[in-house]
Design a protein around this ligand. Structure first.
Ligand code: GLY
Length: 407
């Protein structure tokens, strides 16, 4: 089935937004000041929660999980990732040293899973990708730490246990025997599978690469609809492997397009392309990109679900930052002669400029305002989100220099 490639209708993306390297640097300097302030509260085993309350993050530990901090079960590494980005930007050891303390905590967390208390470790989900890519993989990539590598490979092994051979997908949530969650993949996993590509460089007797590639192909076939919007989640029969139906978890409705889901697709498909070099993934990304751009309000920052296109809707800045990174990743692989390059360059800059000028926090307690974690659950609506903060800083680093990715 072909996927619709909408023509982009916005004419203001034909001119390059005025957001210079100096502007990027100024914004990053502002981020440094905020992060330094946040570090006064968040250090050692003390991480910001997934989302703030009244624009102030509460703190959460990295090891003991219970129903009260469940929403942060997948998000602690974004703070670690911010520290690695600060190390990349400033070269200052204080950020590296703090992030490396986290590597030890992430190691304890995985040891806890394997040897002590599986449930308490809070690793029984596919987001071990996010957790370990931005902590121990980042550590290994920046310092060459053998211990960080070993921890990362243990995490990849854990992720691979969620692979369902019949359906060729990674199950997102729940115990593998949990009938309600069995056979459900979600678009967010596009950003977890780079852990498997990473591990495939070191481990040859487990088909990590094929697992990741099969999963992302199924995401492009079933999660992406023919109009180039995306389902948030898709269900498969685990016995026959047959695709069943799409549904949402965090979007407005099963048939609408959750903005962060579209953004996970936009960023994740070209990242998989980096490893598998399958041109289809670039074509899908372009279709998703045009669908996304055509539904942006005037200021280029998407509403939390793309069913809302109006100017005064509730923005989700985290989705905007993730999508802009998707444009920047796509641009690495599009041929120089591709006519749509200018459009994606301008879209990436326009989003970064708008986030920097209109949506940065002013109380030093977080970085990016107006995120939406889970609208229908009234969770983190118009708040800081620690992952929105992370992706905004990654976006800035990508615009600042030829940044060596953690993904
Ligand atoms: N991965 C969960 C979320 O995007 O909210």
């Amino acid at each position: 089935m072909g996927i619709t490639f909408e023509k982009v209708t916005r004419t203001d993306l034909r001119t390059r937004p005025k957001f210079s390297k100096e502007d990027v640097q100024k914004t990053l300097d502002q981020v440094v000041r905020i992060v330094d302030h946040m570090m006064l509260r968040f250090h050692d085993d003390c991480f910001p929660c997934a989302c703030s309350k009244n624009y102030r993050y509460e703190s959460v530990g990295n090891l003991s999980w219970n129903s009260e901090n469940f929403d942060s079960v997948w998000t602690t590494s974004f703070w670690t990732g911010i520290l690695w980005l600060m190390y990349d930007y400033t070269g200052l050891d204080k950020y590296r040293l703090e992030a490396q303390k986290h590597s030890k905590l992430f190691r304890q967390r995985i040891d806890n899973y394997y040897h002590k208390n599986e449930e308490e470790a809070g690793l029984n989900h596919h987001d071990v990708g996010f957790l370990y890519l931005l902590s121990t993989v980042a550590d290994y990539k920046r310092t060459g730490s053998e211990e960080a590598l070993e921890t990362s490979l243990k995490a990849a092994e854990l992720l691979s246990k969620r692979y369902i051979e019949q359906a060729k997908i990674i199950q997102a949530w729940g115990d593998m025997q949990d009938e309600k969650q069995q056979g459900r993949m979600i678009i967010d996993c596009n950003l977890n599978i780079p852990l498997l590509y990473f591990a495939s460089n070191f481990v040859k007797d487990v088909p990590y690469f094929d697992m990741a590639y099969n999963h992302v192909k199924n995401a492009s076939r079933y999660i992406v609809r023919s109009d180039a919007s995306t389902y948030h989640t898709y269900h498969f029969d685990i016995h026959t492997g047959k695709p069943k139906y799409g549904s949402t978890h965090q979007g407005f409705s099963d048939q609408s397009c959750w903005a962060r889901g579209q953004a996970w697709g936009l960023m994740g498909f070209p990242i998989s392309y980096k490893y598998v070099k399958d041109e289809e993934l670039l074509n899908v990304t372009k279709c998703l990109a045009n669908y996304f751009i055509n539904r942006l309000p005037e200021d280029f920052i998407c509403n939390w679900d793309l069913i809302f296109t109006e100017e005064d809707g509730q923005r989700d800045t985290s989705a905007a930052a993730i999508a802009a990174i998707g444009f920047s990743e796509l641009l690495k692989y599009l041929p120089v002669a591709d006519e749509s390059r200018v459009l994606y360059e301008n879209a990436c800059l326009a989003i970064a400029k708008s986030l920097s000028e209109k949506y940065m926090g002013t109380n030093q307690e977080g970085i990016l305002k107006s995120g939406v974690y889970f609208y229908n659950d009234h969770l983190g609506v118009d708040e800081y989100l620690i992952f929105g903060d992370y992706f905004f800083v990654e976006l800035l680093m990508r615009l600042y220099k030829d940044w060596d990715s953690f993904w």
